[in-house]
Design a binder for this molecule. Sequence first.
Ligand SMILES: [Zn+2]
Length: 423
Amino acid sequence: MVRAQLATALVRTAARLSRMTGRGDGSVIGGRIGLAVEPRLLTVLARGREVALVSGTNGKTTTTRLLTAALGTLGPVASNSYGANMPTGHTTALAQSRNARHAVLEVDEHYLRTVLAETRPRVVALLNLSRDQLDRAMEVGMLADRWREVLGALREQADTPGAEPTRVVANCDDPLVTWAASAAPQVTWVAAGQRWQEDSWVCPQCGAHLKREGVDWACPGCDLRRPQPSWWLADDDTVAGPDGIRQPVTLQLPGRVNRANAVTALAAAALFGVRPADAAPRLAEVASIAGRYATVERDGRSIRLLLAKNPAGWLEAFDMVDRISTAGAAPPPVLLSINARVVDGLDTSWLYDVDYASLRGHRVLVTGDRRYDLAVRLEVNEVPFEVVDTFGEVLAAIPPGRLEVIANYTAFQDIRAELGRAN
Ligand SMILES: [Zn+2]
């Protein structure tokens, strides 16, 4: 215990020093030092708290933030809100909020097993699984297999007398998530949508070709099918839940995908005893997340920043642009920026898997390290575009008014750096 106290103090000091010296927010280095001193530190820090984990390929940072806001009705909440989503980041988050009884942790989908075992969460929220910038489609299936194994093991925990069972909140619109989560003893199904279906044509259980009809899906070869959700979006502004719940929810965050994230957050919060009516006003306060969705004013241009790291994320971002364009007379220009540095994934061939047709009607500009790859793709997709070399050129090329920016990770960071800190 003394060692854990020492390790906790080190985490906090290291994180503070890191921030003071401008080496980042310290959420990785602090945790790394603490875990070196006490490898069980995450377990120790999680003990006695009520923890929620949020995992999936897309939307986990946003959902973590929304759930943190919802649980805020119960008191202070520890959270790794800035995307440090591996055990080092979780350790730092808990060390820095020692008095918070609740914690909401965003978990990298490859670390679900470890973090589940160490934090013994009350709730695990699972959003979706699709190929990420670093993964191939095959690996998505393997990841679903691993999740299923981990979640199946919760049955043993549920059978242990006196142990508080972990409850799973899972997206029934995603066949891979459904298959993985259906191994768990207690699942709350949420209809959180699935715009990107390219990684789930095939049944993860038997390999047959899934049949889809509207939002419904089923396997013709086995018993896997879409479970009946107990939470869903009744319309654009209303979340439906069990026992006739109809909760109006107005978000500042754009797009259907974020409203779906809000449904997941409300379903998870309900398992902590938070009523949707109490949580909804808190969700409405969330405006941007580490610069994502932020609008920055520059030279009479109103620039909205959307981060999209993988094909599913790009489709979702197009959806956000679509909605914005319907509000005004002329659709705003859209800038697409793609880099292929190590953290982005060096292989950008997935660009060819995305359908860009919904951008027709917008003026489209492309930039970033891989602007010519993007240009070829848009040409094939018959979307007119202009290639620009720098963000400065973009600003010079467009008239005052709105600009939508969709960028992958380092391209997003580059643009944020040019604009100054957006948020
Ligand atoms: Zn099947």
